[in-house]
Design a binder for this molecule. Structure first.
Ligand code: HEM
Length: 151
């Protein structure tokens, strides 16, 4: 077609997921589902997660916003993640999670909820794998608080 440009570059994960509205819908659903998860939510054996999930829900809309921002930035979208508790790197999550003392098992339970949430929205296998991979790449940061000596 006259004037058309052939774009051969691969679309970003952000575009393949459907952009900010599709990502926000998954994060919204996922964040609500975590609260009902027996390992990481309202009945979690982790006192910090239990307290947050029962008594800090005024922060839930902000958490959904920050998670959406993070995923958009991690997926190559135009948004920039600006942490409230910056870590060592731009996308670093260690300081945001340190006081929650999240364990490896708790992290894995949340990864399971994320996988179910991506399935719920029919995200294809390839994109699902990439989102789960981006999440897993930050596991050590998220669980660092469970490894430090008791305060
Ligand atoms: C790679 C995995 C994870 C990502 C990408 C992620 C993302 C985020 C982001 C972006 C924030 C906001 C940080 C800020 O205030 O700047 C946050 C806070 C939080 N995250 Fe995560 N998170 C992850 C794992 C987890 C896990 C496994 C849990 C366990 C349930 C969890 C629970 C929370 C809670 C409760 C807060 C809110 C803390 C507050 O009230 O300020 N996160 N997370």
């Amino acid at each position: 077609m006259e004037g058309s440009i052939i774009v051969s570059a691969e679309q970003s994960l952000y575009d393949r997921l459907g952009g900010v509205f599709a990502i926000a819908a998954v994060v919204d659903y996922f964040s609500d589902r975590i609260l009902e998860n027996p390992i990481a939510g309202k009945a979690s054996p982790n006192p910090q997660l239990r307290e947050w999930s029962n008594n800090q829900l005024g922060r839930l809309p902000g958490l959904k916003f920050m998670r959406t921002l993070w995923v958009c930035a991690a997926a190559g979208g135009p948004q920039q993640y600006v942490a409230t508790k910056p870590g060592e790197t731009l996308m670093g999550l260690e300081n945001a999670h340190r006081d929650l003392r999240i364990s490896s098992d708790e992290f894995d339970a949340v990864a399971g909820v994320l996988e179910e949430s991506l399935d719920h929205f029919g995200v294809p296998e390839r994109e699902k794998g990439e989102v789960l991979g981006a999440f897993a790449a930050h596991k050590e940061e998220v669980i660092t608080g469970s490894k430090s000596a008791a305060a």
